[in-house]
Every structure is written in structure tokens, then in C-alpha cells.
Design a protein around this ligand. Structure first.
Ligand code: ATP
Ligand code: MG
Length: 264
């Protein structure tokens, strides 16, 4: 029997807060540390898939029937939709632009909040992976509810900017609603991203977050703005595979270790 698989999702209704970047780079970091990791791209923007594959390949997968949308539509175990990345121990379930109509797909289903959880059950039980990481889109509808209900832990990436915190109350409220349906879910922590040290928002952001509640953990490793992130994405690679010596590669490795410790 395998070890217990932890399912962690990255969600925040605020767009551009670093969800996909953090999911991709923490996933890569875990695999680099010898863990077996499955990434699930839950967003029609395909950003998590684009972190590992070229645009042509991602579009081909999105247009094929081997992606998350068809797994849900056909109610098939996600194990049949896994694609290996070029990195050892790191696999992906790609997304599709058809995910734009996923709310409609879910609408008439029995126990519609738990569809993704059911499709992941086989993989989870098999113990093939140490971690399953799910990237959520910037919404708070039935699909993100599915993502949260399928998860054991939630990481909220927050951009260190005045508007980064705006709307976070909605996210907490949503989390509490989901917890009523899915009590195993807990907030692992808030990851502060896109920190620009020339501006002084980071201190203020972290203080405001810490005041949000005693039980809200803010990861002490935060991620600064670094052009290597964008270059790495342009090259379809996680930042540590693109430029290991970059500041953000080191910061993401620190964050990865903290996430793994916090998960214990
Ligand atoms: N540390 C960083 N330094 C520089 N740019 C960054 C950094 N982190 C993320 N970005 C850039 O910020 C943008 C938003 O990041 P990302 O796509 O990860 O956010 P997201 O929350 O997934 O967005 P969405 O809500 O659209 O899904 C991207 O263009 C990404 O390249
Ligand atoms: Mg994203």
C-alpha cells in the first residue's frame, strides 16, 4: 500500500495573484526533492499546462480528448488523462478551453460538488503520488467548489499590492461554505507573491494578513518580482529548470519546503 496522497489546491478569486506560477513551481520543487507529484490544470487559460509544454503541444492536448474537460464530461477516472512532463516524478492532467462551459456540464449532475473528488479517488487510493496539486481559475463558482471539495489543503496565493487583498474576505467566506460540505479541507496558508521591494506593500500586506485571524498561516518565504519567472514561462519551464541560480528559483524552493513541512 502506498503512502497517503495529499491533495493541495491553489485558489484565489483575484486574478493574476500567482496561482498558476506557484502551483507549477511548487510542484516542480516537490518533484526535485524526490516526491511524486501530479498537477491538475483546472483552468481554461491553460497556464499550468503552458508551464511545462509548448503552446503547440498545449493546444493539441486541449483540442484532443485527453484533457480534464473530457474526463469530467465522460465521468472517467483521471488516471486515464495523465501526461508525463519531461521531469522525473512530475505528471500533468492538461486542461482545455472547453472548461469555459464546465459550470453548465456540472449543473445537472448528482452531487455536483464532488465530481472532481470522485474522478481523483482512484489515483488517491493507489498512493501513486505523494502530492496532487490543482490550479484553480480566478472564480468562485461550482467548479472551484469542486476543486476545493477534492482537496485536503488550500493555498491562497496573494499578490503584494493594495488590491491584492481586496476580495479576500469573499475567498474566506467561500472556504467556510465549502468546509461545511467537505470538513477535511483546511487552509494550509497564504503565499505572498509578486513582491516588489521598491514599494513598501509587502510589510503592510503581511501585517494585514496576519491580522485576518489567528488560524491564518502566512508562509514566511515570499516570492519577489523577478523577470526570470516570465522568461521561464515564455520557455515553457518552471523557473528552477530555466535558471536555477535565479532569485525566484531559490524563493520557490524555500516555499516548497515550507509547504511540505506544513503538510505534515
Ligand atoms: N514572481 C513573479 N515575478 C514576475 N512576474 C510574475 C511573478 N509571479 C507571477 N508573475 C506574472 O504575473 C502574472 C500572473 O501570474 P499567474 O498567472 O501565476 O497568476 P494567476 O493567479 O494564476 O492568474 P489567473 O487568475 O489569471 O489564473 C503572469 O503573467 C506571471 O508571469
Ligand atoms: Mg492561473
Amino acid at each position: 500500500m502506498g503512502k497517503e496522497t495529499k491533495v493541495i489546491c491553489f485558489a484565489n478569486n483575484k486574478g493574476g495573484s500567482g496561482k498558476s506560477t506557484t502551483c507549477a513551481n511548487v510542484g516542480y520543487g516537490m518533484a526535485a526533492l524526490g516526491k511524486r507529484v501530479l498537477l491538475v490544470d483546472g483552468d481554461m487559460q491553460l497556464n499550468l499546462s503552458l508551464s511545462f509544454f509548448t503552446e503547440d503541444k498545449v493546444l493539441a492536448m486541449a483540442q484532443s480528448e485527453k484533457n480534464l474537460y473530457y474526463a469530467i464530461k465522460n465521468q472517467k477516472d483521471l488516471a486515464d488523462y495523465i501526461v508525463p512532463t519531461e521531469y522525473e516524478g512530475l505528471d500533468l492532467v492538461p486542461s482545455s478551453t472547453l472548461m469555459s462551459s464546465i459550470e453548465y456540464e456540472l449543473f445537472t449532475r448528482w452531487q455536483r460538488e464532488f465530481i472532481l473528488k470522485k474522478l481523483l479517488a482512484g489515483i488517491k487510493e493507489s498512493g501513486t503520488y505523494d502530492y496532487i496539486l490543482i490550479d484553480a481559475p480566478p472564480t468562485l463558482g461550482g467548479w472551484v467548489m469542486n476543486i476545493l471539495c477534492a482537496s485536503d489543503r488550500l493555498i491562497i496565493p496573494v499578490e503584494a499590492s493594495p488590491w491584492g487583498l481586496f476580495g479576500l474576505a469573499n475567498m474566506f467566506e467561500f472556504l467556510n461554505t465549502v468546509k461545511e460540505m467537505s470538513p477535511q479541507l483546511s487552509l494550509l496558508g497564504i503565499a505572498v507573491t509578486k513582491v516588489d521591494e521598491r514599494k513598501n506593500y509587502v510589510k503592510q500586506t503581511i501585517e494585514t494578513l496576519r491580522e485576518a485571524g489567528e488560524d491564518v498561516h502566512v508562509f514566511s518565504s515570499y516570492i519577489r518580482v523577478d523577470s526570470a519567472i516570465e522568461w521561464s514561462q515564455d520557455n515553457s519551464k518552471p523557473v528552477a529548470a530555466y535558471k536555477k541560480s535565479s532569485r525566484s528559483a531559490k524563493e520557490y524552493m524555500e516555499l516548497t519546503k515550507e509547504v511540505m513541512e506544513q503538510c505534515q
